[in-house]
Design a protein around this ligand. Structure first.
Ligand code: ATP
Ligand code: MG
Length: 312
């Protein structure tokens, strides 16, 4: 039994098929991302899994329980952070968390300890008694995530957890998500940031127009674009002989040279990098920097759909 099982799920809004016959399982202890542009159907799917929206077709189960039948039981097991922030502006952070603790029926003694733990976890202890209306966007989002963690759920479901945040807030949230996963728990999140999906997730489902168009580990998804991987050597001195020999290990048998910089397209970058360095050194080049240029999940999305994640 998987923590989340989605089978042939479809959801329509009038003419629009927001989710179109989607199937996947989320495994215990993994971070699973739904990556897709605006309107791909991520929120609709997340709302179905969190028992807020019934599917028109197919089945969705959380720990084996049908989302249309066992809402109460399921809601106890999942911590949910929606795309739109839900907090009471006129209450403080501590009061907001108290409200959520009551919602989850946490015994008051346990609630008290958990609230303090969560405030400290998201770095808001010193601002805990300030009203939410005085909070920045990033602080609100951190508090919203704290609310999702409050009842110690088994599954964390986050809809675009870092949209609009600055780099340091994003990193703080990534750390929270990773720590949760390291406790053996399960994470399902949606994002339209390919770097977020790539660096956090064990597996990524790429969504477009209601469908999952690819699903695998970030590494395997990028393998689809192997022909785009390259090694770049920045040299203090680059010899003709080195260029000649390096072109022999390239999959295209050609190299791009610009002043003292050489770029070699190869199939298995990790394996070929030491070989390329050795060849360059043997043939009189002085290397200052060696880097691997790998395709990104954005490149994968472009290859599959012909457009970028921003929808251009
Ligand atoms: N309540 C609704 N009524 C009508 N159409 C809806 C409703 N909710 C979503 N849709 C439509 O379903 C499609 C998928 O929307 P959804 O919000 O699931 O996308 P998303 O991937 O979460 O996008 P975003 O990245 O912008 O949050 C869109 O075309 C949207 O207009
Ligand atoms: Mg959305």
């Amino acid at each position: 039994m998987y923590p989340i099982e989605v089978q042939n799920v479809t959801k329509r809004f009038g003419e629009i098929v927001a989710v179109n016959n989607v199937s996947f399982n989320v495994r215990k202890g993994e971070i699973f991302s739904l990556l897709g542009p605006n309107g791909a159907g991520k929120t609709t799917l997340v709302n179905i899994i969190t028992c807020q929206l019934n599917p028109d077709g197919g089945t969705c189960k959380v720990f084996g329980m049908d989302v249309t039948k066992k809402q109460k039981e399921i809601k106890r097991l999942i911590g949910f952070c929606p795309q739109e922030i839900v907090l009471y502006d006129f209450l403080s952070a501590r009061e907001n968390l108290k409200f959520f603790a009551d919602l989850y029926n946490l015994p008051s003694k346990e609630a008290k300890t958990r609230i303090e733990e969560m405030l400290s976890l998201v770095g808001l202890s010193s601002r805990a008694d300030d009203k939410i209306r005085t909070y920045s966007g990033g602080m609100k989002r951190r508090l919203n995530i704290a609310a999702a963690f409050l009842h110690d759920p088994q599954i964390l479901i986050l809809d675009e957890p870092t949209t609009g945040l600055d780099p340091s807030s994003r990193r703080a949230i990534w750390d929270l998500i990773t720590t949760f996963k390291e406790e053996g728990k399960t994470v399902l999140m949606s994002t339209h940031y390919m770097d977020e999906a790539e660096s956090l997730s064990n597996r990524v489902a790429i969504m477009d127009q209601g469908k999952i168009i690819a699903l695998d580990t970030p590494k395997k998804l990028k393998k689809m674009l192997e022909e785009k991987s390259a090694i770049q050597l920045e040299c203090r001195k680059l010899t003709k002989k080195a260029v000649e020999e390096l072109s022999k290990i390239s999959t295209t048998h050609k190299v791009a040279v610009k002043e003292n910089l050489i770029r070699i397209v190869v199939k298995d970058v990790d394996e070929t990098l030491p070989k390329a360095i050795e060849i360059a050194l043997k043939n009189g080049a002085w290397i200052e920097k060696a880097i691997v240029l790998e395709p990104t999940l954005e490149d994968v999305f472009i290859k599959l759909t012909g457009k970028t994640l921003e929808g251009e």
